[in-house]
Design a protein around this ligand. Structure first.
Ligand code: SF4
Length: 486
């Protein structure tokens, strides 16, 4: 990649929204680990989703081929992203939509806020969208006097609780039903004061409130799971039907989409519509898959806007190892199998993208220094790689980001000086042979149980210095050759 991408600078974005936490992961994780209720909620939820997903994946004999296809399509998209985005813009425009380009969160928020203001309305309904959470759109709208109403049930719980989502797919995974009842009683307009914590009763209360809001609101904001470059079609997949209401009832529809979500053709969509539901909710197909192409006169929103969001993505694309993170389809399977996530929950990551994908995506979107602790929030067990439906090699990206961080902070230490000296010695055969003989002859030789002298004693504090062998490999090799030639 060059230093610009579609005219936008390849630099860390301004106004990164919710990509950065207030405190580093180790500190936040300690707080989370002290909450037994949170661990119970998380353990129950992730185990349930894992089991359900595992069952439906096992039904497909061609699952490995589907994963390979998903991975190949995404790699192809990244290789020709600028051209695909330009094609998408052309098709959306031809179909009556308006395309806007946003370099970062500040620009995207300003575009959406101005579009809403231009309608003369002061409330928007929202379909669950990671991109709008990433840029902090709700806060920007509120600051402009516009009320955003989340319509996904879990997002609504988070919004009414003045809370933050802790999981990509199940944002209120850290809440149990009695906490949800309390939130509804405290915050939901017109709620029945005799509300119980029986799940169908809670769902009915949310439905009543949301139905009324759908019918009264003329502007909607959504994200997009996919966009088809060849036709200009946008797609949202969801489970509750709230998305379908938001995408069809209002007069104005504004979609904020990360640039990496584009797909070349309809055929490609077929692959992802199989991979996504089985990996995310453990369903065979999404209950609601909504697609729209620009404006259809007399049917659905008559003002359709698409905001294409960079916010650091072009910088990620420029990194040959890290760019895989842009393949993510936000299924959350990596979270549900991660032993670290299962114990700390999403808030500890401090970023809108938690879990293994957050640990590789957020530091790249903001620049590693702004989320420096996240690449270390992993045991590198590899469960995320195995679970990912598009085969993102998260462990390799974690190691790559750790190396970048270490390189940026390199200071000479006793260990680094010793390693540099060892590397130099091993690179020079005569010196290496001399060092071997010196080690054999030294007073340390043959004294198992002894430590190294300072400043190297830290290394040997919990290790024995092994005895040097009586004969080095080189000596043995020379002897062997001498004997063979006799
Ligand atoms: S990294 Fe893979 S497993 Fe994790 S959310 Fe993205 S697509 Fe799903």
């Amino acid at each position: 990649m060059s230093e610009t991408f579609l005219g936008m600078p390849v630099t860390a974005p301004r106004g990164v929204g919710h990509l950065r936490g207030d405190e580093p992961f180790p500190k936040a994780a300690r707080t989370a680990l002290a909450n037994p209720q949170l661990r119970r909620n998380l353990g129950h939820a992730t185990t349930t989703i894992r089991a359900k997903s595992g069952r439906v994946i096992a039904e497909l004999p061609d699952w490995p081929e589907l994963r390979a296809a998903g991975s190949a399509i995404k790699a192809d998209v990244m290789a020709r992203l600028p051209a695909l985005l330009e094609q998408l813009e052309e098709r959306v425009t031809e179909a009556g939509g308006v395309v806007h380009w946003a370099a970062d969160a500040i620009e995207a928020n300003a575009i959406v806020t101005d579009l809403v203001k231009a309608t003369g309305h002061d409330r928007v309904i929202k379909v669950k969208s990671m991109a709008t959470q990433e840029i902090g759109l709700n806060e920007a709208l509120e600051a402009a006097g516009i009320e955003p109403v989340e319509t996904d049930l879990a997002e609504l719980i988070v919004q009414l609780g003045h809370d933050k989502p802790s999981h990509i797919l199940v944002p209120a995974i850290h809440r149990n039903r009695s906490e949800i009842r309390e939130i509804f009683l405290r915050e939901m307009p017109g709620v029945d004061p005799d509300l119980t914590d029986h799940p169908p009763v809670l769902a009915a209360a949310a439905r009543r409130y949301l139905r009324e809001t759908f019918l009264r609101t003329k502007v909607a904001v959504s994200g997009a799971n996919f966009a088809i470059a060849e036709t200009g079609t946008l797609a949202v997949v969801e489970s509750e039907g709230n998305g379908r209401m938001c995408l069809t009832l209002p007069e104005t529809l504004i979609t904020v989409m990360g640039v990496e979500k584009v797909l070349p053709s309809w055929r490609d969509l077929e692959v992802f519509l199989q991979l996504l539901p089985r990996s995310s909710t453990g369903e065979r197909m999404n209950p609601y898959t909504s697609m729209w192409t620009g404006v259809t006169p007399g049917d659905g929103p008559q003002n359709v806007h698409l905001v294409l969001l960079d916010n650091g993505r072009s910088a990620v694309l420029a990194d040959q190892v890290g760019r895989q993170a842009l393949h993510c389809i936000r299924c959350s399977a990596c979270m549900n199998v991660c032993p670290v996530y299962e114990r700390t929950g999403g808030h500890a990551y401090g970023s809108v993208y938690p879990g293994p994908i957050g640990a590789v995506l957020s530091p790249q979107l903001t620049g590693v220094e702004d989320n420096a602790s996240l690449p270390y929030a992993s045991s590198l067990c590899g469960a995320c790689f195995d679970a990912c439906p598009v085969k993102i090699d998260i462990p390799s990206i974690l190691v790559h980001l750790r190396a970048e961080h270490v390189a940026a902070h390199r200071r000479p230490t006793p260990e680094s000086i010793t390693m540099a000296a060892a590397a130099y010695t091993m690179d020079h055969p005569r010196l290496y042979a001399a060092a071997q003989h010196a080690a054999k002859a030294s007073r340390l030789a043959g004294r198992r149980g002894r430590g190294l002298p300072p400043p190297l004693n830290g290394w040997s504090a919990s290790r024995d210095l092994p005895d040097p062998p009586q004969q080095t490999f080189r000596d043995w090799w020379a002897q062997r050759n001498r004997e063979a030639s006799k």
